[in-house]
Design a protein around this ligand. Sequence first.
Ligand code: CP
Length: 306
Amino acid sequence: MSEIRNLINITDLSLEEIDHLIDVANDIVANPTVYQDICNHKKLATLFFEPSTRTRLSFEAAMLELGGSVLGFSAASSSSAAKGESVSDTIQTVGCYADIIAMRHPKEGAPIVASQRTTVPIINGGDGGHFHPTQTLTDLLTIKRKKGRLDNMTVGLCGDLKFGRTVHSLIEAMMRYENVKFVLISPQELQVPDYVKESLNENGAEWVEMESLEEAMPQLDILYMTRIQKERFFNEEDYVRLKDTYILDLEKLTNAKEDLTILHPLPRVNEISVEVDNDPRACYFFQALCGKHIRMALILFLLGLK
Ligand code: CP
């Protein structure tokens, strides 16, 4: 029997495997009919203990477009977690009903616990302020499609870099490519955690912290905006003080490169003005589409079908 593969952290995948997933995602777009029945009789469970639009629905759309079926819940309140059931018991049960599970949970490490309680592949769809590896696969596919490469670039990450799990996973992934420089733009209170900085240093990555988005802008090839996440703050006062620190508008883009790629994992609140949406450099809705393609490739990979 082949080993069960999970995706808990982006580092669970080698660079060769990430390349493979990107190739499959592109082939799915080029040859959709080849893939339309490939997951016939396979079931994906989406267990979302935290709200989601893109991650859950793109996983479900991905499985449906592969000819499979989906089941699951979109809130802890509509599952037996509301009656006090543990994550372990929920996963052990759902593992009897589905061939693969995508889950999101507010507690960091919950997907690891889940992976120890079932023999079906577990995909981490976001665990607290920790990691969000399928968002990172989405980001990598978007960057590859827009830039044609994943190396030799300067990546600016802006906003809540402390609690932003998408940021932590993207840094973990991109530091493995040649000559990627990171510009970490945040207020002091929301800087990336020490473990991310240690990881950057251990990998010999070049990085700098800045507070001013305007100052950082001219050197960036990628600008990854993030939301200040109200749900991660311990008090309302801090959130209100920090929530509007960065608002990207057309004025702030005047010093940006012509071929800048602007990304955002979404949802946004007001950190990107809607006037930016029509700028050709704004790629965040294209990014949401890429999320479906890469999740199709990931489902096939973890089920051993491609
Ligand atoms: N990017 C992302 O994780 O979006 P959702 O919270 O809508 O899933």
